[in-house]
Structures are given as structure tokens and as C-alpha cells.
Design a protein around this ligand. Structure first.
Ligand SMILES: [Fe+2]
Ligand SMILES: [Fe+2]
Length: 368
């Protein structure tokens, strides 16, 4: 007879193995709420699992014990001979013109693109999180879910710290670019701010802003993992130490945030109307496309323009670079480098449980 306690024990062991397989930089603390959460999300309703509020209470307890929380990183001088991010996280890596760049130019381009990637993370942490989490916290207060609400408020505070950490890292890496402002490649235009404000307003009914947050947060874990892998592959001499430290440290809070995202989805969005679901499916697909498909006047092209300012001999390649960057919207390998099951497995799994997102299979490689 396959009894529930035995099943739970087996699941916990398997989930623990999976946890260590996909996570990085554990400090010897088995994060039990992760197991609880995995258990919670995997089980059929008949197994009478814990509620999101109970799970939130357990996560709060673990937080108060001091486990797995992001700490400030004291920056030292930046080594510009090393990678800030793996080249696979850039645009030009997937373009034919990559072959025309020499080693120093590739390294500089990858570093500039890494600054732009930090700016994207900052954009989400500074604007999207501030737009969608306060209304969700208000909703949880009305739903009598104090523990989950407390986790949301903690997340807001943590994201402000992360934002400051990435600002400092970018400024230390290229003080000439960040003397006047925190954003150089991705300045939040009025259009972007309106877009984010709208998402915050719609998050009272629609799940797509939370899906986006879940995807971004889980992707940041994968990015840190790939950075650590690059460092290991090159015998500990490839990745800039401040960048490695900041991105690894960031994962401690983000790992927990992905658990909270899932609890929020189940608590606030699982029972949306059919009309809202259709709207969610349409808005999520459009938002993802806006984020993933490069544009001729987008942040990726601004990275190329800075590369040309750093290496003026590349000016003759400018038109080619722009053309090839825009063409990446049709490149499955590039699109998969931004969003895939490998990068965000838990978000990917949740998306597949939402039939309103089936249309992603029409354009997102590997989604079907
Ligand atoms: Fe963060
Ligand atoms: Fe986060």
C-alpha cells in the first residue's frame, strides 16, 4: 500500500536532490520551505496539502533563523580582463558578425552587455516590483493572509537592497557611463514607466505581471549558475570576482522569491474568470515579445554604439551589427537563450499548467 507518509518522505528526498542539482552556492542549510513548497506544488488536491498561508509562515520562520538571505557585497577594484557574464547571454554571440570581432572586442562587448543586463534587473526590481507587490499585499490583507503579506513586504524591502547592489556594481565597473544616472543603456522612458504602471494596475486582476516577475527571478538564478560554471570551467580565472560575488549573493533572496511567486499565484490568481485568463494569455505573449525581440533603437543597439565608442575601428560594422541584432527575433537559439525550460524550469512548468498560454507555442522555441 502506497501510504502518504512514505510518499512524502520519498518526495522530500527527491526534491532535496533536485534542489541541490539546480541551485548554487548553498551554505549548508537545507532550505526546508523549498521542500514544503515542492511538495505543495506537486501534489494532487486529494493529498490534503498545506495552504499557501501555512507554507508562507514556514518560510518566514526560516528567514528569521537567518538561513539563505542575501548579504551586502563589499566591492573591490574591477578586473576588466575578465568576463562579467557568459557571452551566451549577449545578442551578438548569436550573430554572424561575432566572428569578425577579436578577443578583446568580444570581451568588452560582453562586459557592456552585462551592464545592460544589470539595468534590466534593476528596472524590474525598482519599477515592476514596486508597481505590482503593494496591490498584492493589500489584497492579501483583505484575504486574511498575514504571513504571505509579510513575505511580500519583505520582498519589496529586499529588492530595494538588490537594486542598490547592482547600481554600485555597474558604477564600479564603468564609472564613466554611470556618473550622472543609474541607467545608461536602458533608461526608463515615460513610455516604459507607463507600461509598468499599467501592469501594476492590471495586477489587481491579471496574473501576467506576476508570471513575468517569476520568470525574471528564476532566470537570475540560472544566470548566476552559468557564471559560476564559466568560472569553474576556466579553473577559477575567467569571471570578474565582484560580478560573481554579487550575482551569487543575489540568488539567496531570489530563490525564496520564486517560492513566494508561486504561492501568490495560487492565492490570488488561480481562480480568475475565463475572460481574464484570455486577456492574461494575450498580454503575457505581447509583453514577452516586446522584451525578447530586439529593436533597431533598443538597448542592445545602444550597447553596440558604446562598443564602437570604445573601439572606433568597428564603426564600419555598425550597420551590419544593427541589422543582425534585429534579425535575432527569428533566431531560435537566441530566443531560447532568453527563455527556456532550462533557464526557468519552475516558471515554465507553471506556464504549461495555464491553457491560456498555449499560444506561446506559436512563436517560442521549445514551448510546445
Ligand atoms: Fe532581486
Ligand atoms: Fe526578487
Amino acid at each position: 500500500m502506497f501510504c502518504k507518509p512514505l510518499y512524502m518522505a520519498l518526495r522530500s528526498v527527491l526534491d532535496g536532490l533536485m534542489l541541490y542539482g539546480i541551485d548554487i552556492d548553498e551554505k549548508g542549510c537545507l532550505y526546508s520551505p523549498v521542500l514544503v513548497w515542492n511538495w505543495y506544488q506537486e501534489q494532487p488536491a486529494i493529498m490534503n496539502v498545506k495552504s499557501p498561508e501555512t507554507t508562507a509562515g514556514e518560510i518566514l520562520l526560516a528567514m528569521r533563523s537567518g538561513c539563505n538571505r542575501t548579504q551586502p557585497v563589499t566591492l573591490t577594484s574591477i578586473d576588466h580582463d575578465k568576463y562579467f557574464l557568459p557571452p551566451e547571454y549577449t545578442q551578438l554571440y548569436y550573430s554572424p558578425v561575432w566572428a569578425d570581432l577579436d578577443t578583446a572586442q568580444r570581451l568588452r562587448y560582453t562586459q557592456l552587455y552585462a551592464l545592460r543586463t544589470n539595468e534590466v534587473i534593476m528596472l524590474f526590481e525598482r519599477y515592476l516590483v514596486e508597481a505590482i507587490l503593494p496591490p498584492i499585499a493589500e489584497r492579501l490583507a483583505n484575504m486574511q493572509m498575514p504571513s504571505l503579506r509579510q513575505l511580500v513586504l519583505e520582498t519589496l524591502r529586499e529588492e530595494r537592497d538588490h537594486d542598490a547592489m547592482f547600481v554600485s556594481l555597474n558604477r564600479a565597473s564603468r564609472p564613466d557611463l554611470y556618473r550622472a544616472a543609474d541607467f545608461f543603456f536602458f533608461p526608463p522612458s515615460p513610455e516604459v514607466r507607463r507600461f509598468v504602471t499599467t501592469m501594476g494596475w492590471l495586477s489587481r486582476w491579471c496574473a501576467y505581471p506576476l508570471w513575468l516577475l517569476f520568470f525574471i527571478e528564476e532566470s537570475s538564478l540560472a544566470m548566476a549558475r552559468e557564471l559560476a560554471k564559466l568560472e569553474r570551467q576556466h579553473g577559477g580565472n575567467a569571471v570578474e570576482s565582484n560580478w560573481l560575488a554579487v550575482h551569487l549573493e543575489h540568488t539567496h533572496d531570489e530563490r525564496r522569491h520564486t517560492l513566494i511567486d508561486r504561492l501568490l499565484f495560487d492565492s490570488c490568481y488561480a481562480r480568475r474568470s475565463a475572460t481574464t485568463r484570455r486577456l492574461d494569455g494575450w498580454l503575457f505573449s505581447r509583453t514577452l515579445k516586446a522584451m525578447m525581440f530586439p529593436r533597431a533603437r533598443g538597448a542592445g543597439v545602444r550597447v553596440v554604439e558604446q562598443l564602437i565608442r570604445d573601439y572606433p575601428e568597428l564603426a564600419s560594422l555598425r550597420a551590419t551589427m544593427v541589422r543582425e541584432i534585429v534579425a535575432l527575433g527569428q533566431n531560435p537559439d537566441f530566443l531560447a537563450s532568453i527563455m527556456s525550460q532550462r533557464l526557468a524550469p519552475r516558471a515554465w512548468k507553471l506556464f504549461h499548467r495555464c491553457p491560456e498560454l498555449n499560444g506561446l507555442a506559436n512563436w517560442l522555441p521549445g514551448y510546445a
